[in-house]
Design a protein around this ligand. Sequence first.
Ligand code: F6P
Length: 550
Amino acid sequence: MNADGRTRLNQRPEWVALAEHRERLGSTHLRELFAGDPARGTTYTLRVGDLYLDYSKQLVTDETLALLRELAAATDVAGLRDAMFRGEKINTTEDRAVLHTALRAPRDAVIEVDGENVVPQVHAVLDKMAAFSERVRSGEWTGHTGKPIRNIVNIGIGGSDLGPAMAYEALRAYTRRDLTVRFVSNVDGADLHEAVRDLDAAETLFVVASKTFTTIETITNATSAREWLLGELKAGQEAVAQHFVALSTNAEKVKDFGIDTANMFEFWDWVGGRYSYDSAIGLSLMIAIGPDRFREMLDGFHLVDEHFRTAPPEENAPLLLGLLGIWYGSFFGAQSHAVLPYSHYLSRFTAYLQQLDMESNGKSVDRDGEPVDWQTGPVVWGTPGTNGQHAYYQLIHQGTKVIPADFIGFAKPVADLAPGLVAQHDLLMANFFAQTQALAFGKTPDEVRAEGVAEELVPHKTFQGNHPTTTVLADELTPSVLGQLIALYEHKVFVQGAVWNIDSFDQWGVELGKVLAKRIEPVLTEGEGAAGEGERLDSSTAALARAYRT
Ligand code: F6P
Protein backbone atom coordinates (compact mmCIF):
# COMPACT_ATOMS: atom_id res chain seq x y z
CA MET A 1 0.00 0.00 0.00
CA ASN A 2 1.05 3.59 -0.57
CA ALA A 3 0.98 6.02 2.37
CA ASP A 4 -2.42 7.24 1.13
CA GLY A 5 -3.85 3.73 1.15
CA ARG A 6 -3.68 3.19 -2.62
CA THR A 7 -2.56 -0.22 -3.82
CA ARG A 8 1.01 -0.32 -5.13
CA LEU A 9 1.23 -1.02 -8.85
CA ASN A 10 2.84 -4.42 -8.49
CA GLN A 11 0.31 -5.50 -5.89
CA ARG A 12 -2.68 -4.73 -8.08
CA PRO A 13 -4.63 -7.80 -9.16
CA GLU A 14 -4.19 -6.78 -12.81
CA TRP A 15 -0.40 -6.83 -12.36
CA VAL A 16 -0.49 -10.17 -10.59
CA ALA A 17 -2.69 -11.53 -13.38
CA LEU A 18 -0.12 -10.40 -15.94
CA ALA A 19 2.68 -12.07 -13.98
CA GLU A 20 0.71 -15.33 -13.91
CA HIS A 21 -0.08 -15.03 -17.58
CA ARG A 22 3.61 -14.53 -18.31
CA GLU A 23 4.34 -17.77 -16.44
CA ARG A 24 1.77 -19.61 -18.52
CA LEU A 25 3.14 -18.15 -21.74
CA GLY A 26 6.55 -19.56 -20.83
CA SER A 27 8.68 -19.91 -23.91
CA THR A 28 5.80 -19.88 -26.40
CA HIS A 29 7.39 -19.06 -29.73
CA LEU A 30 6.18 -16.60 -32.33
CA ARG A 31 6.35 -19.53 -34.75
CA GLU A 32 3.60 -21.22 -32.73
CA LEU A 33 1.53 -18.05 -32.44
CA PHE A 34 1.64 -17.56 -36.20
CA ALA A 35 0.96 -21.23 -36.91
CA GLY A 36 -2.03 -21.16 -34.56
CA ASP A 37 -3.58 -18.10 -36.19
CA PRO A 38 -3.09 -17.73 -39.94
CA ALA A 39 -4.70 -14.27 -39.86
CA ARG A 40 -2.36 -12.94 -37.17
CA GLY A 41 -0.31 -10.91 -39.65
CA THR A 42 -3.34 -8.87 -40.61
CA THR A 43 -5.40 -8.82 -37.43
CA TYR A 44 -2.63 -7.74 -35.08
CA THR A 45 -2.37 -4.44 -36.91
CA LEU A 46 -3.62 -0.89 -36.53
CA ARG A 47 -3.98 2.06 -38.81
CA VAL A 48 -3.57 5.58 -37.46
CA GLY A 49 -3.62 8.37 -40.00
CA ASP A 50 -0.88 7.48 -42.47
CA LEU A 51 0.78 4.97 -40.17
CA TYR A 52 0.29 1.24 -40.49
CA LEU A 53 1.35 -0.58 -37.33
CA ASP A 54 2.00 -4.30 -37.34
CA TYR A 55 2.37 -5.74 -33.85
CA SER A 56 1.81 -9.34 -34.88
CA LYS A 57 5.48 -10.08 -34.20
CA GLN A 58 5.06 -9.16 -30.55
CA LEU A 59 5.05 -11.88 -27.91
CA VAL A 60 1.42 -11.37 -27.06
CA THR A 61 -1.88 -13.15 -27.36
CA ASP A 62 -5.40 -11.75 -27.17
CA GLU A 63 -5.31 -12.56 -23.47
CA THR A 64 -2.05 -10.62 -22.98
CA LEU A 65 -3.50 -7.58 -24.69
CA ALA A 66 -6.72 -7.78 -22.68
CA LEU A 67 -4.76 -8.04 -19.41
CA LEU A 68 -2.54 -5.12 -20.35
CA ARG A 69 -5.60 -3.01 -21.13
CA GLU A 70 -7.05 -3.98 -17.77
CA LEU A 71 -3.88 -2.68 -16.15
CA ALA A 72 -4.27 0.59 -18.05
CA ALA A 73 -7.87 0.85 -16.90
CA ALA A 74 -6.97 0.09 -13.29
CA THR A 75 -4.27 2.77 -13.30
CA ASP A 76 -6.64 5.23 -14.97
CA VAL A 77 -4.43 6.10 -17.92
CA ALA A 78 -7.47 7.58 -19.66
CA GLY A 79 -8.24 9.80 -16.66
CA LEU A 80 -4.72 11.26 -16.61
CA ARG A 81 -4.79 11.62 -20.40
CA ASP A 82 -8.03 13.61 -20.21
CA ALA A 83 -6.61 15.75 -17.40
CA MET A 84 -3.56 16.49 -19.59
CA PHE A 85 -5.70 17.49 -22.57
CA ARG A 86 -7.86 19.67 -20.28
CA GLY A 87 -4.82 21.62 -19.12
CA GLU A 88 -4.74 20.37 -15.54
CA LYS A 89 -1.44 20.66 -13.70
CA ILE A 90 -0.45 17.04 -13.98
CA ASN A 91 3.26 17.91 -13.69
CA THR A 92 2.86 18.03 -9.95
CA THR A 93 6.47 18.46 -8.87
CA GLU A 94 6.72 21.63 -10.96
CA ASP A 95 3.05 22.57 -10.54
CA ARG A 96 2.60 22.93 -14.30
CA ALA A 97 0.10 21.99 -16.95
CA VAL A 98 1.37 19.71 -19.72
CA LEU A 99 -0.07 21.05 -22.91
CA HIS A 100 2.15 20.32 -25.88
CA THR A 101 -1.08 19.13 -27.48
CA ALA A 102 -2.28 22.77 -27.48
CA LEU A 103 0.66 23.68 -29.74
CA ARG A 104 -1.00 21.84 -32.61
CA ALA A 105 -4.64 22.46 -31.76
CA PRO A 106 -6.72 24.14 -34.48
CA ARG A 107 -7.37 27.88 -34.24
CA ASP A 108 -10.91 27.47 -32.96
CA ALA A 109 -10.06 25.05 -30.15
CA VAL A 110 -10.46 26.17 -26.55
CA ILE A 111 -7.89 24.90 -24.06
CA GLU A 112 -7.64 26.68 -20.75
CA VAL A 113 -4.80 27.05 -18.29
CA ASP A 114 -5.77 28.86 -15.10
CA GLY A 115 -9.01 29.95 -16.78
CA GLU A 116 -7.30 31.43 -19.87
CA ASN A 117 -7.70 30.00 -23.37
CA VAL A 118 -4.14 29.44 -24.60
CA VAL A 119 -5.00 28.61 -28.22
CA PRO A 120 -5.09 32.23 -29.47
CA GLN A 121 -1.57 32.81 -28.03
CA VAL A 122 -0.32 29.67 -29.74
CA HIS A 123 -1.60 30.82 -33.10
CA ALA A 124 -0.39 34.38 -32.61
CA VAL A 125 3.16 33.03 -32.13
CA LEU A 126 2.80 30.66 -35.09
CA ASP A 127 1.67 33.58 -37.25
CA LYS A 128 4.60 35.71 -36.05
CA MET A 129 6.99 32.84 -36.80
CA ALA A 130 5.44 32.41 -40.26
CA ALA A 131 5.78 36.11 -41.08
CA PHE A 132 9.40 36.14 -39.90
CA SER A 133 10.23 32.93 -41.78
CA GLU A 134 8.83 34.36 -44.98
CA ARG A 135 10.89 37.54 -44.55
CA VAL A 136 14.04 35.49 -44.13
CA ARG A 137 13.23 33.11 -46.98
CA SER A 138 12.39 35.92 -49.37
CA GLY A 139 15.54 37.88 -48.55
CA GLU A 140 13.53 40.79 -47.16
CA TRP A 141 15.12 40.33 -43.74
CA THR A 142 18.69 41.45 -44.12
CA GLY A 143 21.73 41.40 -41.90
CA HIS A 144 23.51 44.45 -40.53
CA THR A 145 25.33 45.13 -43.80
CA GLY A 146 22.19 44.75 -45.91
CA LYS A 147 22.91 41.26 -47.20
CA PRO A 148 20.07 38.71 -47.13
CA ILE A 149 20.33 35.84 -44.65
CA ARG A 150 21.58 32.58 -46.12
CA ASN A 151 22.76 30.78 -42.97
CA ILE A 152 20.72 29.88 -39.91
CA VAL A 153 22.57 28.68 -36.80
CA ASN A 154 20.33 27.33 -34.06
CA ILE A 155 21.98 27.49 -30.64
CA GLY A 156 20.26 25.38 -28.00
CA ILE A 157 20.60 22.12 -26.14
CA GLY A 158 18.35 19.23 -25.09
CA GLY A 159 14.81 19.94 -26.18
CA SER A 160 15.92 23.24 -27.68
CA ASP A 161 18.21 21.40 -30.09
CA LEU A 162 17.29 17.75 -30.55
CA GLY A 163 13.77 18.34 -31.88
CA PRO A 164 14.52 20.97 -34.53
CA ALA A 165 17.81 19.25 -35.47
CA MET A 166 16.06 15.88 -35.87
CA ALA A 167 13.16 17.37 -37.83
CA TYR A 168 15.46 19.40 -40.07
CA GLU A 169 17.27 16.20 -41.06
CA ALA A 170 14.01 14.29 -41.39
CA LEU A 171 12.52 16.89 -43.70
CA ARG A 172 15.65 17.85 -45.60
CA ALA A 173 13.94 17.00 -48.86
CA TYR A 174 11.44 19.77 -48.13
CA THR A 175 14.00 22.39 -47.14
CA ARG A 176 15.23 25.37 -49.11
CA ARG A 177 18.50 23.98 -50.38
CA ASP A 178 20.03 27.42 -50.77
CA LEU A 179 19.86 28.00 -47.02
CA THR A 180 22.52 26.51 -44.74
CA VAL A 181 21.01 25.42 -41.44
CA ARG A 182 23.22 24.23 -38.58
CA PHE A 183 22.67 23.29 -34.97
CA VAL A 184 25.09 24.05 -32.17
CA SER A 185 24.51 22.50 -28.77
CA ASN A 186 27.74 21.32 -27.18
CA VAL A 187 29.60 23.69 -24.86
CA ASP A 188 32.75 22.20 -26.41
CA GLY A 189 33.93 25.22 -28.40
CA ALA A 190 34.58 22.95 -31.36
CA ASP A 191 30.86 22.74 -32.03
CA LEU A 192 30.42 26.47 -32.63
CA HIS A 193 33.80 26.70 -34.35
CA GLU A 194 32.89 24.07 -36.92
CA ALA A 195 29.41 25.52 -37.41
CA VAL A 196 30.57 29.03 -38.29
CA ARG A 197 34.10 28.65 -39.67
CA ASP A 198 33.02 28.75 -43.32
CA LEU A 199 30.08 31.13 -42.94
CA ASP A 200 29.85 34.77 -43.91
CA ALA A 201 28.76 36.53 -40.72
CA ALA A 202 26.94 39.17 -42.76
CA GLU A 203 24.59 36.45 -44.03
CA THR A 204 24.18 34.57 -40.75
CA LEU A 205 21.25 34.55 -38.37
CA PHE A 206 21.64 33.03 -34.90
CA VAL A 207 18.50 31.55 -33.42
CA VAL A 208 19.08 31.26 -29.69
CA ALA A 209 16.70 28.61 -28.40
CA SER A 210 16.30 28.22 -24.66
CA LYS A 211 13.14 27.84 -22.68
CA THR A 212 14.72 29.24 -19.54
CA PHE A 213 17.42 31.35 -21.21
CA THR A 214 19.68 30.41 -18.32
CA THR A 215 21.14 27.16 -19.65
CA ILE A 216 24.87 27.60 -19.32
CA GLU A 217 25.84 25.78 -22.53
CA THR A 218 23.45 27.82 -24.64
CA ILE A 219 24.20 31.19 -23.09
CA THR A 220 27.95 30.52 -23.34
CA ASN A 221 27.67 29.52 -27.01
CA ALA A 222 25.36 32.45 -27.78
CA THR A 223 27.82 34.85 -26.13
CA SER A 224 30.68 33.40 -28.18
CA ALA A 225 28.57 33.59 -31.33
CA ARG A 226 27.90 37.25 -30.64
CA GLU A 227 31.62 37.89 -30.21
CA TRP A 228 32.33 36.06 -33.46
CA LEU A 229 29.67 38.01 -35.32
CA LEU A 230 30.72 41.43 -34.07
CA GLY A 231 34.38 40.59 -34.68
CA GLU A 232 33.72 39.42 -38.23
CA LEU A 233 31.50 42.38 -39.04
CA LYS A 234 33.77 44.81 -37.16
CA ALA A 235 30.56 46.22 -35.77
CA GLY A 236 29.20 47.23 -32.39
CA GLN A 237 26.26 45.98 -30.37
CA GLU A 238 23.82 47.58 -32.83
CA ALA A 239 24.50 44.70 -35.27
CA VAL A 240 23.00 42.15 -32.88
CA ALA A 241 19.36 43.00 -33.63
CA GLN A 242 19.53 41.86 -37.25
CA HIS A 243 21.50 38.70 -36.51
CA PHE A 244 20.03 37.30 -33.29
CA VAL A 245 16.54 36.14 -32.47
CA ALA A 246 15.45 34.29 -29.34
CA LEU A 247 13.02 31.45 -28.67
CA SER A 248 12.16 31.46 -25.01
CA THR A 249 9.68 31.78 -22.18
CA ASN A 250 11.93 34.29 -20.40
CA ALA A 251 11.65 37.80 -21.93
CA GLU A 252 13.72 39.40 -19.17
CA LYS A 253 16.75 37.20 -19.71
CA VAL A 254 16.44 37.61 -23.48
CA LYS A 255 16.56 41.39 -22.99
CA ASP A 256 19.52 41.08 -20.62
CA PHE A 257 21.39 39.19 -23.32
CA GLY A 258 20.88 42.10 -25.70
CA ILE A 259 18.29 40.59 -28.03
CA ASP A 260 15.40 42.88 -28.94
CA THR A 261 12.27 41.26 -27.45
CA ALA A 262 10.49 42.22 -30.69
CA ASN A 263 12.65 39.44 -32.14
CA MET A 264 11.69 36.97 -29.46
CA PHE A 265 9.30 34.12 -30.19
CA GLU A 266 7.51 33.09 -27.08
CA PHE A 267 6.32 29.84 -25.60
CA TRP A 268 5.06 28.92 -22.17
CA ASP A 269 5.91 27.00 -19.04
CA TRP A 270 3.28 24.39 -19.91
CA VAL A 271 5.48 23.25 -22.80
CA GLY A 272 8.17 20.84 -21.60
CA GLY A 273 11.57 21.27 -23.29
CA ARG A 274 11.49 17.79 -24.83
CA TYR A 275 7.94 18.40 -26.06
CA SER A 276 8.70 21.80 -27.57
CA TYR A 277 9.91 21.52 -31.14
CA ASP A 278 6.40 22.19 -32.48
CA SER A 279 6.41 25.48 -30.53
CA ALA A 280 8.57 28.55 -31.26
CA ILE A 281 11.51 26.19 -30.75
CA GLY A 282 10.79 25.01 -34.30
CA LEU A 283 11.62 28.39 -35.85
CA SER A 284 14.84 27.23 -37.60
CA LEU A 285 12.89 24.31 -39.02
CA MET A 286 10.08 26.60 -40.16
CA ILE A 287 12.55 28.87 -41.94
CA ALA A 288 14.00 25.82 -43.66
CA ILE A 289 10.77 24.11 -44.75
CA GLY A 290 8.42 27.10 -44.84
CA PRO A 291 5.31 27.83 -42.78
CA ASP A 292 2.95 25.70 -44.88
CA ARG A 293 5.00 22.55 -44.43
CA PHE A 294 5.38 23.36 -40.73
CA ARG A 295 1.60 23.57 -40.40
CA GLU A 296 1.23 20.24 -42.21
CA MET A 297 3.54 18.79 -39.58
CA LEU A 298 1.41 20.26 -36.79
CA ASP A 299 -1.69 18.76 -38.40
CA GLY A 300 0.06 15.37 -38.31
CA PHE A 301 0.70 15.77 -34.59
CA HIS A 302 -2.91 16.81 -34.04
CA LEU A 303 -4.24 13.83 -35.91
CA VAL A 304 -2.50 11.45 -33.51
CA ASP A 305 -3.47 13.60 -30.50
CA GLU A 306 -7.10 13.14 -31.47
CA HIS A 307 -6.56 9.44 -32.05
CA PHE A 308 -4.99 9.05 -28.61
CA ARG A 309 -7.76 11.07 -26.98
CA THR A 310 -10.69 9.33 -28.64
CA ALA A 311 -9.79 5.89 -29.99
CA PRO A 312 -11.07 2.94 -27.96
CA PRO A 313 -8.39 1.05 -26.04
CA GLU A 314 -8.37 -1.87 -28.53
CA GLU A 315 -7.47 0.50 -31.37
CA ASN A 316 -5.39 3.04 -29.51
CA ALA A 317 -1.86 2.91 -30.91
CA PRO A 318 0.03 4.93 -28.26
CA LEU A 319 -1.75 2.94 -25.57
CA LEU A 320 -0.73 -0.30 -27.24
CA LEU A 321 2.92 0.71 -27.68
CA GLY A 322 3.13 1.96 -24.11
CA LEU A 323 1.67 -1.25 -22.72
CA LEU A 324 3.95 -3.43 -24.82
CA GLY A 325 6.93 -1.60 -23.33
CA ILE A 326 5.64 -2.32 -19.83
CA TRP A 327 5.09 -5.96 -20.76
CA TYR A 328 8.72 -6.45 -21.76
CA GLY A 329 10.27 -4.22 -19.09
CA SER A 330 8.49 -5.77 -16.16
CA PHE A 331 7.64 -9.29 -17.28
CA PHE A 332 10.56 -10.21 -19.54
CA GLY A 333 13.32 -8.22 -17.85
CA ALA A 334 14.04 -6.12 -20.96
CA GLN A 335 16.31 -3.21 -20.11
CA SER A 336 16.33 -1.42 -23.42
CA HIS A 337 14.25 -0.60 -26.44
CA ALA A 338 15.67 -0.21 -29.93
CA VAL A 339 14.18 2.20 -32.45
CA LEU A 340 15.47 1.40 -35.92
CA PRO A 341 14.35 3.70 -38.71
CA TYR A 342 14.97 2.54 -42.27
CA SER A 343 15.36 6.05 -43.55
CA HIS A 344 18.56 8.00 -43.83
CA TYR A 345 16.54 11.12 -43.12
CA LEU A 346 15.65 9.78 -39.67
CA SER A 347 19.30 9.73 -38.63
CA ARG A 348 18.58 11.84 -35.52
CA PHE A 349 15.20 10.31 -34.75
CA THR A 350 16.35 7.92 -32.04
CA ALA A 351 18.60 10.54 -30.43
CA TYR A 352 15.54 12.75 -30.19
CA LEU A 353 13.51 9.90 -28.70
CA GLN A 354 16.22 9.30 -26.12
CA GLN A 355 15.49 12.63 -24.49
CA LEU A 356 11.75 12.28 -24.97
CA ASP A 357 11.63 8.88 -23.34
CA MET A 358 14.58 8.76 -20.96
CA GLU A 359 14.25 12.26 -19.54
CA SER A 360 10.52 11.68 -19.12
CA ASN A 361 10.49 8.21 -17.63
CA GLY A 362 13.94 7.80 -16.11
CA LYS A 363 12.48 8.05 -12.61
CA SER A 364 12.69 5.91 -9.50
CA VAL A 365 10.12 7.46 -7.22
CA ASP A 366 6.42 7.59 -7.92
CA ARG A 367 4.19 10.66 -7.88
CA ASP A 368 3.93 10.39 -4.10
CA GLY A 369 7.70 10.30 -3.68
CA GLU A 370 7.69 6.60 -2.80
CA PRO A 371 10.47 4.49 -4.35
CA VAL A 372 9.14 2.34 -7.16
CA ASP A 373 9.85 -1.35 -7.09
CA TRP A 374 9.04 -1.93 -10.72
CA GLN A 375 11.00 -1.10 -13.85
CA THR A 376 10.46 2.36 -15.33
CA GLY A 377 11.77 3.78 -18.61
CA PRO A 378 14.03 1.68 -20.83
CA VAL A 379 17.35 2.62 -22.37
CA VAL A 380 16.34 3.82 -25.83
CA TRP A 381 18.85 3.37 -28.60
CA GLY A 382 19.27 2.71 -32.29
CA THR A 383 20.50 4.11 -35.59
CA PRO A 384 19.13 3.96 -39.09
CA GLY A 385 19.09 0.64 -40.92
CA THR A 386 20.87 -0.87 -42.72
CA ASN A 387 23.96 0.47 -40.98
CA GLY A 388 23.00 -1.12 -37.68
CA GLN A 389 22.67 -4.50 -39.39
CA HIS A 390 26.41 -4.47 -40.00
CA ALA A 391 27.20 -3.40 -36.47
CA TYR A 392 25.08 -4.38 -33.50
CA TYR A 393 22.21 -6.44 -34.91
CA GLN A 394 24.30 -9.53 -34.21
CA LEU A 395 23.56 -9.03 -30.54
CA ILE A 396 19.84 -8.61 -31.13
CA HIS A 397 19.72 -11.80 -33.20
CA GLN A 398 21.95 -14.10 -31.18
CA GLY A 399 22.83 -12.33 -27.93
CA THR A 400 21.36 -13.08 -24.52
CA LYS A 401 19.31 -9.89 -24.01
CA VAL A 402 15.63 -9.28 -24.62
CA ILE A 403 15.54 -6.24 -26.89
CA PRO A 404 12.14 -5.21 -28.17
CA ALA A 405 12.53 -3.09 -31.29
CA ASP A 406 10.48 -0.75 -33.45
CA PHE A 407 11.20 -0.83 -37.16
CA ILE A 408 10.08 2.29 -39.03
CA GLY A 409 10.04 2.32 -42.82
CA PHE A 410 8.44 3.98 -45.82
CA ALA A 411 6.91 2.62 -49.01
CA LYS A 412 8.36 5.42 -51.14
CA PRO A 413 11.64 7.25 -51.04
CA VAL A 414 11.56 11.04 -51.12
CA ALA A 415 10.63 12.52 -54.44
CA ASP A 416 13.82 14.04 -55.82
CA LEU A 417 16.15 11.02 -55.90
CA ALA A 418 17.72 10.03 -59.23
CA PRO A 419 15.96 6.99 -60.80
CA GLY A 420 18.84 4.67 -59.91
CA LEU A 421 18.65 5.72 -56.29
CA VAL A 422 14.89 5.31 -56.24
CA ALA A 423 15.47 1.72 -57.32
CA GLN A 424 17.69 1.17 -54.26
CA HIS A 425 14.64 1.70 -52.10
CA ASP A 426 13.40 -1.84 -52.72
CA LEU A 427 16.71 -3.18 -51.47
CA LEU A 428 16.51 -1.01 -48.37
CA MET A 429 12.98 -2.18 -47.66
CA ALA A 430 13.78 -5.81 -48.42
CA ASN A 431 16.27 -5.56 -45.57
CA PHE A 432 13.64 -3.89 -43.42
CA PHE A 433 11.15 -6.74 -43.87
CA ALA A 434 13.83 -9.42 -43.71
CA GLN A 435 15.08 -8.28 -40.33
CA THR A 436 11.76 -8.46 -38.51
CA GLN A 437 11.13 -11.82 -40.14
CA ALA A 438 14.50 -13.17 -39.04
CA LEU A 439 14.08 -11.77 -35.55
CA ALA A 440 10.65 -13.29 -35.13
CA PHE A 441 11.09 -16.72 -36.65
CA GLY A 442 14.81 -17.34 -36.54
CA LYS A 443 16.28 -20.49 -38.01
CA THR A 444 15.98 -23.84 -36.25
CA PRO A 445 18.85 -26.33 -35.91
CA ASP A 446 17.02 -28.65 -38.31
CA GLU A 447 16.76 -25.91 -40.91
CA VAL A 448 20.47 -25.26 -40.51
CA ARG A 449 21.27 -28.99 -40.84
CA ALA A 450 19.09 -29.22 -43.93
CA GLU A 451 21.51 -26.79 -45.57
CA GLY A 452 24.30 -29.32 -45.06
CA VAL A 453 26.05 -27.37 -42.34
CA ALA A 454 28.65 -29.34 -40.36
CA GLU A 455 27.23 -30.45 -36.99
CA GLU A 456 29.74 -28.48 -34.92
CA LEU A 457 28.63 -25.28 -36.61
CA VAL A 458 24.91 -25.87 -36.19
CA PRO A 459 24.60 -24.08 -32.81
CA HIS A 460 26.50 -21.11 -34.20
CA LYS A 461 24.27 -20.82 -37.24
CA THR A 462 21.01 -21.35 -35.37
CA PHE A 463 18.81 -18.33 -34.78
CA GLN A 464 16.60 -18.60 -31.74
CA GLY A 465 14.13 -16.04 -33.10
CA ASN A 466 11.22 -14.95 -30.88
CA HIS A 467 12.60 -11.40 -30.71
CA PRO A 468 9.65 -9.00 -30.50
CA THR A 469 9.27 -6.15 -32.97
CA THR A 470 6.69 -3.63 -34.04
CA THR A 471 6.73 -2.52 -37.66
CA VAL A 472 5.58 0.99 -38.48
CA LEU A 473 5.10 1.53 -42.18
CA ALA A 474 4.04 4.76 -43.88
CA ASP A 475 3.74 5.78 -47.46
CA GLU A 476 6.34 8.55 -47.42
CA LEU A 477 8.23 10.65 -44.88
CA THR A 478 6.21 13.85 -45.20
CA PRO A 479 5.97 16.66 -42.63
CA SER A 480 2.59 15.30 -41.54
CA VAL A 481 3.94 11.77 -41.15
CA LEU A 482 6.81 13.07 -39.05
CA GLY A 483 4.33 14.86 -36.78
CA GLN A 484 2.28 11.67 -36.53
CA LEU A 485 5.31 9.62 -35.58
CA ILE A 486 6.48 12.05 -32.91
CA ALA A 487 3.03 12.35 -31.36
CA LEU A 488 2.79 8.56 -31.35
CA TYR A 489 5.95 8.32 -29.25
CA GLU A 490 5.05 11.28 -27.04
CA HIS A 491 1.83 9.57 -26.05
CA LYS A 492 3.47 6.19 -25.73
CA VAL A 493 5.81 7.72 -23.14
CA PHE A 494 2.81 9.31 -21.46
CA VAL A 495 1.00 5.97 -21.17
CA GLN A 496 3.99 4.34 -19.54
CA GLY A 497 4.46 7.15 -17.04
CA ALA A 498 0.76 7.00 -16.18
CA VAL A 499 0.85 3.26 -15.48
CA TRP A 500 4.07 3.53 -13.51
CA ASN A 501 2.59 6.46 -11.54
CA ILE A 502 5.63 8.64 -12.11
CA ASP A 503 5.85 12.30 -13.10
CA SER A 504 6.95 12.08 -16.75
CA PHE A 505 7.24 15.83 -17.08
CA ASP A 506 9.93 16.88 -14.63
CA GLN A 507 13.67 16.27 -14.94
CA TRP A 508 15.26 16.82 -11.55
CA GLY A 509 17.89 14.23 -12.40
CA VAL A 510 19.80 16.68 -14.58
CA GLU A 511 20.26 19.25 -11.82
CA LEU A 512 23.00 17.79 -9.65
CA GLY A 513 25.54 17.56 -12.47
CA LYS A 514 24.90 21.20 -13.37
CA VAL A 515 25.51 22.36 -9.78
CA LEU A 516 28.69 20.32 -9.45
CA ALA A 517 30.04 21.53 -12.82
CA LYS A 518 29.67 25.10 -11.57
CA ARG A 519 31.70 24.21 -8.48
CA ILE A 520 34.38 22.32 -10.37
CA GLU A 521 34.98 24.92 -13.08
CA PRO A 522 36.93 27.35 -10.83
CA VAL A 523 39.11 24.46 -9.65
CA LEU A 524 40.04 23.78 -13.28
CA THR A 525 40.75 27.40 -14.10
CA GLU A 526 42.32 28.58 -10.83
CA GLY A 527 43.48 25.42 -9.09
CA GLU A 528 42.50 23.68 -5.88
CA GLY A 529 42.63 26.83 -3.81
CA ALA A 530 39.70 28.36 -5.73
CA ALA A 531 37.24 29.77 -3.20
CA GLY A 532 37.50 26.68 -1.02
CA GLU A 533 36.03 24.53 -3.82
CA GLY A 534 39.04 22.22 -3.98
CA GLU A 535 38.46 20.95 -0.44
CA ARG A 536 34.92 19.95 -1.29
CA LEU A 537 36.07 17.53 -3.97
CA ASP A 538 36.31 13.82 -3.36
CA SER A 539 39.78 12.32 -3.74
CA SER A 540 39.11 10.90 -7.20
CA THR A 541 37.73 14.11 -8.69
CA ALA A 542 40.46 16.18 -7.01
CA ALA A 543 43.17 13.95 -8.54
CA LEU A 544 41.52 14.08 -11.93
CA ALA A 545 41.34 17.88 -11.75
CA ARG A 546 45.06 18.00 -10.85
CA ALA A 547 45.88 15.71 -13.77
CA TYR A 548 43.83 17.89 -16.07
CA ARG A 549 45.61 21.06 -14.95
CA THR A 550 49.08 19.59 -15.26
O1 F6P B 1 19.01 20.04 -18.48
C1 F6P B 1 17.90 19.48 -19.06
C2 F6P B 1 17.07 20.51 -19.73
O2 F6P B 1 16.40 21.24 -18.78
C3 F6P B 1 16.09 19.88 -20.71
O3 F6P B 1 14.95 19.42 -20.11
C4 F6P B 1 15.89 20.98 -21.67
O4 F6P B 1 15.35 20.53 -22.87
C5 F6P B 1 17.30 21.49 -21.82
O5 F6P B 1 17.85 21.39 -20.52
C6 F6P B 1 17.45 22.89 -22.34
O6 F6P B 1 16.79 23.81 -21.54
P1 F6P B 1 16.52 25.27 -22.05
O7 F6P B 1 15.62 25.18 -23.24
O8 F6P B 1 15.87 25.99 -20.91
O9 F6P B 1 17.82 25.90 -22.44
